[in-house]
Design a protein around this ligand. Structure first.
Ligand SMILES: *Cc1c(COP(=O)(O)O)cnc(C)c1O
Length: 388
């Protein structure tokens, strides 16, 4: 039996991508070693310009990671103690950490059963309950583009505006996605993304960026990223932090951005092949679909099945790796259990956590490997009724 890298079916394998960018990255690293500007070198500015051109966002502020990007967004909006920030519970922990790190209170909101993103109706009930309660001031919303699907920003923005709240997009999983022909980066007041290696656009380490069309917010974000820098070196405009992106990471991201558009197309093609291959299983396996007028970045390809754990075990036995995101929603973790939830509770979140299964998805997934995944999932037929 061969354990060759090429033979093994991986959940994610970026080795082929590394080979494509290696020469450019090595040349770029050499340039940085020569000029020696490891902090805020010219490549950081070049990356910010390239990301602005790609997204058409007016301002791009790169930063240390996606978690700091969210934190910076909170700080820029002036979120603090006594404020409520509305977040989904079904997301990566960082989404809820951002308001907590500012002393604000996260309020958990339910998600849409089909698209996995924030449900505007649940948001509205949560905001109205908080406003009526009088303990916290509704201050901001962080919507998450989960698994690469764009959240319904028009509806979320409408609720937010009624209550004078800012909207932050947590687009850590959706860089490259779009809605109505506009790329992620321009869909909310502030967009935060991550360049963690496994994200759609990933570096060789931690990295992130914040996007905004608002010049005043952009100035504040830039200052916050560098210790609250004021107009002169000896002046502080505010309390800030150190959240800069390394010049070496900018080199990597500039190279990967060159092939990113093509990688998004590959992901889209893989998603279509999955949908085709799993279509006849109709109600036993629900395949994901991007909402109308939007494209997904397909950071994950996440199906819904009733006998999820049994299927995952069977796939594992057949050498098909899968993952469950997120088995324990944040509001069900002890550290976060005392924060408020939307008045109707989070029934969709609590159902989805038992149904979702993410299949291998990365731009270099071969047709042969994908066929194996599809065949194995089709064995769900044999599971119907056999799951105790
Ligand atoms: C990965 C991720 C983050 C955090 O990004 P890091 O760069 O790992 O700090 C935030 N939100 C979501 C939804 C993520 O998937």
């Amino acid at each position: 039996m061969s354990t060759d890298r090429a033979e093994r079916l991986a959940f994610i394998d970026l080795a082929p991508q590394l080979e494509r960018v290696r020469a450019g990255v090595e040349a770029g690293f050499k340039r940085v070693l020569d000029h020696g500007r490891f902090i805020m070198g010219p490549e950081v500015e070049a990356l910010e310009e390239a990301l602005a051109a790609f997204t058409r966002a007016r301002s791009v502020i790169t930063c240390s990671n996606g978690t700091d990007a969210l934190w910076l967004a909170m700080l820029a909006l002036g979120v603090g103690p006594g404020d409520a920030v509305f977040v989904p519970s079904w997301t990566f922990t960082a989404t809820a950490e951002a308001p907590c790190l500012c002393g604000a209170t996260p309020v958990f909101v339910d998600v849409d059963p089909e698209f996995f993103t924030m449900d505007p109706k649940s948001l509205r009930s949560a905001v109205e309950a908080v406003a009526a309660g009088g303990t916290f001031t509704p201050r901001a919303v962080i919507a998450v583009d989960l698994f690469g699907m764009v959240a319904p920003y028009a509806q979320i923005g409408a609720v937010a505006r009624e209550h004078g709240m800012g909207v932050v997009a947590d687009a850590a999983q959706a860089f490259g996605a779009s809605a109505g022909g506009r790329r992620v980066g321009c869909l909310a007041d502030i967009t935060a993304t991550s360049f963690f290696p496994a994200k759609p656009l990933g570096g060789f380490g931690d990295g992130g960026a914040v996007f905004t069309d608002d010049a005043a917010l952009a100035d504040r974000l830039r200052s916050l990223r560098a210790h609250g820098a004021g107009s002169t070196k000896d002046e502080s405009a505010r309390v800030g932090t150190n959240a800069r992106l390394d010049t070496l990471q900018a080199v990597v991201l500039l190279e990967k951005l060159k092939i990113f558009e093509e990688e998004l197309e590959r992901r889209q093609k893989i998603a279509e092949r999955y949908a085709g291959g799993l279509a006849t299983l109709d109600d036993r396996v629900v395949v994901p679909r991007a909402p109308g007028e939007t494209t997904s970045a397909w950071s994950q390809y996440t199906i819904k099945v009733d006998h999820r754990d049994a299927l995952a075990e069977r796939l594992q036995a057949e050498g098909v790796p899968t993952r469950v995101y997120y088995r324990t929603p944040i509001h069900m973790r002890s550290v976060y259990a005392d924060f408020p939830t939307s008045p109707g509770g989070l029934p969709v979140t609590e159902r989805l956590k038992d149904q979702v299964l993410s299949l291998p998805m990365y731009p270099y997934l071969s047709e042969g490997h994908q066929r194996r995944v599809i065949e194995a999932v089709r064995s769900v037929d044999a599971l119907a009724g056999g799951d105790s």
